[in-house]
Design a protein. Structure first.
Length: 83
């Protein structure tokens, strides 16, 4: 086993977020204010804990389940949530 390899769960933590995700949300929504972005996501039942120096966390308010950043961007792109 390669001691220099990264396990999938460790890689997920590395890929989890930070500033590039915030920029992606800013671009997708056309808004630079992080507080407003969080408010918009919360209106769509996504609780977002956005941080530039740690992993960003997205939680589906209805189910309590974590949502990946890519899924949040897709929801913004399609502008829809399952009813």
């Amino acid at each position: 086993m390669n001691k220099n390899s990264i396990k999938d769960d460790e890689l997920e933590k590395v890929n989890g977020g930070r500033q590039w995700e915030i920029r992606g949300l800013q671009n997708a929504l056309g808004i630079t204010d992080v507080g407003k972005i969080k408010d918009i996501l919360l209106k769509h039942e996504i609780d977002a804990d956005l941080r530039s120096d740690q992993d960003n966390i997205y939680v589906d308010v209805r189910t309590g389940e974590l949502i990946r950043h890519e899924e949040v961007l897709e929801l913004i792109k399609t502008n829809q949530r399952d009813e």
